[in-house]
Design a protein around this ligand. Structure first.
Ligand code: ADP
Length: 327
């Protein structure tokens, strides 16, 4: 294998996602396997600007594959939005002789990496670490599967108490711009309605659905709402339902940050390991400024500067399945 590069660095940036540690581990171990020096950067771009960076060994990443969060910590870094901030970050890399940078984060982090590449010629590779699965060009993002499983586990529990009291529960899951967590967790738990940012929320049809359910004495109801639903999230939906159907015992449950935490699922560990491994291979082969996606089980190298939200691309098939199965 051609091997012109000697030193690489890895950081985690933006919103944390379970499986980021598995990705860091894969980058470090693959780099060392190929004889590279690997550096860890603390707190994302902030650590790059402040030179908070250390050499990692194979042992530095022992016992982390199963841990949620990120051992490298993550941050949102205002300074990195400025040219001066990015210049400082590039100086840290140049000073240390680092030839390539692996950025594990969401689309915001990828935009930062794109500029670092364009302005200072730093070779960057992106790994999609985001629970929202809101990046086009990949079937998987690190953390999504775990977040869905966490939501499913929680909604199953809510269903037990909803059943005991014949209640309607309106459950809010994460997804400011993307409805994937809502769709997947809603279908997997048999929710009656799933409200997502990508679709206009038709509250009249939600009300009609609830009235029909009541008529058929199907009293246990779960509605899953993505936090970014354009009607305004679970509290707004509940307010509307209570006004229109005051006889229904309606409760709200906002799942919140539990969806970010916890031990990554086997799938997230596997895709993080695969993506981390290929990130280093890519750098070694001189393929820069791409992020590594997996499409139809094949690697997909997507130019970082083409990054765009996959908003609006929810598969119609899922919407149909949800409607048919909720009847
Ligand atoms: P995520 O990566 O999860 O989408 P953010 O959007 O907060 O999270 O991005 C993480 C960090 O990436 C930001 O705090 C900032 O430092 C950097 N970043 C995001 N967008 C840009 C941009 N347009 N230009 C430069 N840096 C950016």
């Amino acid at each position: 294998m051609e091997n012109k590069i000697k030193r690489i660095a890895v950081l985690t940036s933006g919103g944390d996602a379970p499986g980021m540690n598995a990705a860091v581990r894969a980058v470090v171990r693959t780099g060392i396997y190929y004889g590279l020096e690997v550096y860890g950067v603390m707190r994302g771009y902030q650590g790059l600007i402040e030179e908070d960076i250390f050499k990692m060994e194979s042992r530095s990443v022992a016992n982390i594959i199963q841990r949620g969060g990120t051992v490298l910590k993550t941050a949102r870094c205002k300074e990195f939005y400025t040219y001066e901030g990015r210049k400082k970050a590039s100086e840290t890399l140049q000073k240390r002789g680092i030839d390539g940078l692996v950025v594990i984060g969401g689309d915001g982090s990828f935009r930062g990496a794109t500029l670092l590449g364009q302005e200072f010629g730093i070779g960057c590779i992106g790994l999609a670490g985001t629970i929202d699965k809101d990046i086009a060009g990949t079937d998987y993002t690190i953390g999504f599967d775990t977040a869905v499983n966490t939501a499913v586990e929680a909604i199953d529990k809510i269903r037990d108490t909803a059943d005991a009291h014949d209640r309607l529960f309106i459950v809010e899951v994460m997804g400011r711009d993307a409805g994937y967590i809502a769709i997947y967790s809603g279908i997997a738990t048999g929710a009656g309605n799933i409200l997502i940012p990508e679709r206009k929320t038709d509250m009249e049809s939600v009300i009609a659905f609830l009235v029909e359910r009541e008529r058929r004495k199907k009293l246990v109801n779960i509605i899953v709402v993505a936090e970014g639903d354009e009607f305004g999230g679970a509290n707004e939906v509940a307010k509307y339902v209570k006004e229109r159907l005051p006889n229904i015992d309606t409760r709200v449950c906002i799942l919140g940050h539990i969806q970010r935490g916890g031990s990554p699922s086997a799938l997230d560990r596997l895709i993080a390991s695969r993506m981390g491994y290929h990130a280093v291979e890519s750098l070694i082969h001189g393929r820069h400024n791409v992020f590594i996606g997996i499409l139809n089980n094949r690697l997909n190298y997507v130019p970082l500067d083409s990054i765009g939200k996959q908003k609006g691309h929810i598969n119609e098939e899922w919407i149909k399945i949800m409607k048919v199965l909720a009847y």
